[in-house]
Design a protein around this ligand. Structure first.
Ligand SMILES: CC(=O)N[C@H]1[C@@H](OP(=O)(O)OP(=O)(O)OC[C@H]2O[C@@H](n3ccc(=O)[nH]c3=O)[C@H](O)[C@@H]2O)O[C@H](CO)[C@@H](O)[C@@H]1O[C@H](C)C(=O)N[C@@H](C)C(=O)N[C@H](CCC(=O)O)C(=O)O
Ligand SMILES: Nc1ncnc2c1ncn2[C@@H]1O[C@H](COP(=O)(O)OP(=O)(O)OP(=O)(O)O)[C@@H](O)[C@H]1O
Ligand SMILES: N[C@H](CCC[C@H](N)C(=O)O)C(=O)O
Ligand SMILES: [Mg+2]
Length: 486
């Protein structure tokens, strides 16, 4: 329970109709979650306008309404607070309501197209191993200490986010590591959070359905660094062509990491094999369990963060060398007749290319690479033909299939992908809508030693068709089918 006056700090309101001396029992932007004493924030969304639900919210017990425009006729004995941007106000209010939990932890945010979950999870695992109690907010799962809280988004809405951070504080966490998605920045989900540091992984093609242009997408990522405080660190991958741009306007301490360019933290890949990576990291030669050049970047980002947070170098490297990262990322299973199946969350053109080039680099001879790939429905359509092309260019056989068609027709998504398959690649491509059948076909086609890549679903345990999520697990399917081959 809080008074409105206590949670207005930093909320830029232009007008208050009513008194700030009112008790608030909860904060929400969803009229369906309103109960007696709620503060309701009317946010203009992508599907509907929260202002249309003000009347409902008041009927259900809202005592304060935050809005950008006053409704035509105001109902009930409630306070109205006018703001220029409701979504930004919601971020601040949610943080204030929970008494700014982000300031009571060392909170580090990770942004970029690929690698956020991996880096955030590595940091959570590393700092836990170093003896701290930690929190994690990620696409795969949220965690407080060892306790798992299922995740619905990469970055949750401001109320869920601050409530999670508050639970972390209350259970004695020292550190929290979270993914910062571009949607979250654009929708002000992280407004009001006090970060100790920010990490940039890379910027490639994704989410153009939402951001419309690559420049808007870049600006959303950059805004995270622009808002970091002076005492935080801003750690960037300087090998990425936008690595410098990210830190252009930040007030935070600028730090860089790289494989190729001059940087504060450097790594050299000495060996990249199925069994792991041998790296020279900041002058030390260490074996790691993770595979692929892109994981050299992820490991370096985690190492550099630990150094910036004053951790012991030797202990950090020993600990990192044991870690395997997040579930469903380059996760492999070997059949009794030695077919290798790799489950990976590659769902952008760049990630697909990275994972396939890693497979090509580390395979022993001329084993065939069979890729199973789909593209999400209600997501960036422009990446579909590109992902199919990359898959074809880097594989011997490609099976185009479904990956969460959501509200769209799966056959049409596959058609959009087929547009990227040029004549020379058509021979090696087949389309099978049913993902289970697609995996079965790949296993039948594979010879001993061949490598099957199941791209795009990683840790996911469902297939979303027309809004209905049915249990589906790539790794489980693979293990089942591998038992049938010999
Ligand atoms: C496109 C998008 O990002 N949408 C997010 C956005 O919803 P929206 O703008 O569509 O909201 P809306 O449905 O138009 O409603 C507008 C407002 O009216 C309110 N409302 C609506 C209906 C009602 O009856 N009453 C009511 O009050 C809503 O609560 C909302 O405040 O704000 C909601 C609350 O924060 C999010 O749950 C929702 O995520 C949707 C479900 C989603 O699928 N988002 C994905 C694309 C996403 O956010 N992905 C990123 C990155 C993924 C990655 O690369 O890892 C993520 O961080 O997860
Ligand atoms: N540093 C990296 N650079 C390029 N590709 C990467 C990198 N790290 C991971 N990948 C690839 O991207 C996939 C997704 O990785 P991860 O889940 O860590 O990214 P993410 O940024 O959290 O993705 P999302 O936007 O869905 O949350 C991996 O399965 C791998 O194929
Ligand atoms: N978390 C990201 C990636 C999902 C990957 C793929 N499995 C899909 O469903 O598109 C998203 O929601 O865009
Ligand atoms: Mg993620």
């Amino acid at each position: 329970m809080r008074y409105l006056s206590e949670i207005l700090d930093g909320v830029a309101f232009t007008e208050l109709q009513g008194s700030a001396d009112v008790e608030i029992t909860s904060v929400t932007a969803d009229s369906r979650k309103v109960s007696a004493g709620t503060l309701f924030v009317a946010v203009k969304g992508t599907l509907v306008d929260g202002h249309d639900y003000i009347e409902q919210a008041v009927k259900d017990g809202a005592v304060v309404v935050i809005c950008e425009e006053l409704p035509g006729h105001t109902v009930g004995e409630v306070d109205y607070l006018m703001v220029a941007n409701s979504a930004a106000a919601l971020g601040k209010l949610a943080s204030n309501y929970y008494d700014t939990p982000s300031a009571k932890l060392k909170l580090v945010g990770v942004t970029g197209t690929n690698g956020k979950t991996t880096v955030a999870t590595l940091l959570y695992q590393l700092f836990t191993d170093l003896g701290y109690k930690c929190g994690l907010i990620s696409t795969v799962e949220n965690k407080i200490g060892g306790k798992i809280i299922p995740s619905t988004h990469t970055t949750p809405d401001p109320v869920a986010l601050n409530s999670l951070l508050n639970d972390m504080v209350e259970s004695g966490c020292d550190y929290a590591f979270m993914e910062v998605s571009s949607h979250a920045v654009a929708q002000h989900r992280i407004e009001g959070l006090q970060f100790s540091g920010g990490i940039f992984t890379n910027l490639t093609h994704d989410h153009l359905d939402y951001h419309k242009t690559f420049d808007n997408y870049l600006k959303a990522k950059k805004a995270f660094f622009d808002a970091l405080p002076k005492n935080a660190f801003a750690l960037t991958n300087i090998d990425d062509r936008n690595g410098n741009v990210m830190l252009q306007n930040t007030r935070a301490h600028k730090k860089s990491y790289a494989l190729k360019s001059m940087a504060d933290f450097k790594v050299k890949v000495l060996e990249d094999q199925f069994s792991g990576l041998l790296l020279n990291i900041d002058g030390e030669e260490v074996w790691f369990k993770m595979v692929g050049m892109f994981n050299a970047y992820n490991l370096l980002a985690a190492y550099a963060t630990a150094m910036l947070l004053d951790q012991d170098k030797a202990k950090t490297l020993t600990s990192l060398s044991k870690l395997t990262g997040a579930e469903g990322r380059f996760d492999y299973v070997i059949s009794p007749n030695k077919i290798i199946g790799i489950v990976d969350y590659a769902h952008t053109p760049d990630a697909v290319q990275n994972v396939l080039s890693t497979i090509k680099d580390i395979r022993k001879g001329t084993e065939k690479v069979i890729t199973i790939i789909g593209c999400g429905g209600d997501r960036d359509k422009t990446k579909r033909p590109v992902m199919a092309k990359v898959a074809c260019d880097w594989s011997d056989k490609v099976i185009l299939t479904s990956d969460n068609p959501r509200s769209e027709d799966p056959a049409q998504i596959i058609k959009d992908m087929e547009a990227g398959v040029d004549t020379s690649n058509q021979r090696k491509t087949i389309s099978i809508i049913d993902r289970r059948e697609a995996i079965k076909t790949a296993v039948h086609l594979a010879q001993p030693g061949d490598i099957i890549l199941l791209a795009g679903k990683g840790h996911e345990k469902y297939q979303d068709v027309k809004g209905v999520k049915t249990h589906f697990d790539d790794k489980e399917e693979l293990i089942k089918l591998f038992k049938t081959v010999s």
